[in-house]
Design a binder for this molecule. Structure first.
Ligand code: NCN
Ligand code: DMD
Length: 343
């Protein structure tokens, strides 16, 4: 028998979603008005113009400003790696974290290119979550909620644009399980090659994910799905997305695995990811289908499938350009340039 007086940590998370702030309509209107006066034909910067208004709305600031953009990478290990669902051994997660710290990974170079701060969060790598084929990932609601709360640290200090990424061998199987549990269909539809499994490996991965999700008996509560077939980096990214919303910080989501975190939040309340931009569509097979479920239109499509926040960090360069053009360009009258139909 469950104790009806026991604390329900997921209720606190649901309450946080309910109390979310809305974008600032005045800041959006002021940004759109200035955009019309800048020395270019109206609309000619395309999506960059929408991005400037989007950032202004969440920041409640016109003109919008991005001076402390940050990439947060959450690293975790997964018991399901024991089932042979990745092309790489689980030890690579920790080794890549060391590589991030020494500056030798792709994400370090993209952060240098786009002048982004990098924060790496290690989530108990020596203690993988439960193997979802056999048991729940998190032992309890409390442990899952604590990991969500830990992810809220991503925005501590000065952060005005948050790019989210992850590192975790076997986590494309975990992301596929979460999406399969939330959206139904078949496991085949949601699994892809991740780090590069063979045809045979792909069929085995689909079998493992299908059987893991079958354990749920149709359970679709997003936080329960996260607890039972999710993982620590996905839980932490859920927390980061929720905390950023409370602080009105726009978020840039990375690839397939990060999108699974956004999908959990969206399944609680679709509007709760309204402050998120989607950096790219990954080459992981089911990423496009997941983005469609979220109504997301990714900024880039470069055939990347790395994770680490690389797609989000590349897109942050575009977002920086959107803000810089909006802030720095002259108006027609200041520059002495004739406006449409003018002298
Ligand atoms: O997010 C993506 O789009 C993505 C697609 C393929 C691979 N990954 C990365 O590769 C790792 C997971 O792949 P796997 O094959 O071990 O499940 C993990 O570290 C992810 O960051 C990430
Ligand atoms: C080498 C390597 C780097 C990664 N970065 C993100 N996921 C990764 C997986 C592997 C295997």
């Amino acid at each position: 028998m469950s104790d009806p007086t026991a604390p329900r940590p997921f209720d606190d998370i649901r309450a946080l979603v309910t109390s979310r702030p809305a974008p600032d309509a005045d800041a959006i209107a002021a940004t759109r008005a200035r955009e019309q006066d800048l020395t270019k034909p109206a609309g000619s910067l395309g999506r960059l113009e929408e991005i400037a208004a989007f950032v202004a709305g969440w920041q409640g600031k016109a003109p919008p400003e991005v001076s402390s953009p940050t990439v947060a990478v959450f690293a975790a290990n997964h018991g399901v790696a024991d089932q042979g669902v990745s092309a790489f051994p689980a030890s690579v997660t920790k080794q890549m974290v060391e590589n991030f710290r020494k500056g030798g990974a792709a994400i370090n170079q993209i952060c240098l290119t786009n002048d982004l701060a990098l924060r790496v969060f290690e989530l108990a790598l020596e203690r993988p979550t439960g193997d979802i084929l056999l048991t729940d990932a998190f032992d309890s609601e409390r442990e899952c909620a604590a990991t969500i709360a830990y992810g809220m640290e991503a925005i501590a200090g000065e952060v005005d644009l948050l790019c989210l990424g992850e590192m975790g061998i076997a986590n494309t199987a975990i992301a596929a399980a979460v999406l399969h549990a939330l959206y139904g269909g078949t496991a085949d539809e949601w699994v892809g090659r991740g780090t590069g499994v063979s045809d045979e490996g792909l069929a085995h991965k689909a079998d493992v994910v299908g059987r893991a999700v079958a354990r749920l008996d149709g359970e679709r509560d997003p936080l329960v799905v996260l607890q039972r077939v999710g993982g620590r980096e996905i839980a932490a990214m859920v927390g980061a997305i929720l905390a950023a919303r409370q602080q009105r910080i726009p978020v840039v989501v990375d690839g397939f695995v990060t999108t699974a975190a956004a999908a959990v939040v969206h399944a609680i309340e679709p509007d709760a990811i309204a402050h998120c931009l989607f950096g790219h569509v990954s080459a992981e097979k089911a990423h496009r289908a997941a983005l469609e479920r979220l109504g997301a239109d990714p900024l880039l499509d470069l055939g990347m499938r790395l994770g680490e926040g690389t797609g989000a960090a590349l897109a942050a360069g575009l977002i920086r350009a959107a803000i810089q053009t909006h802030r720095g360009m002259s108006t027609f009258s200041d520059a002495g340039v004739a406006g449409p139909g003018g002298e």
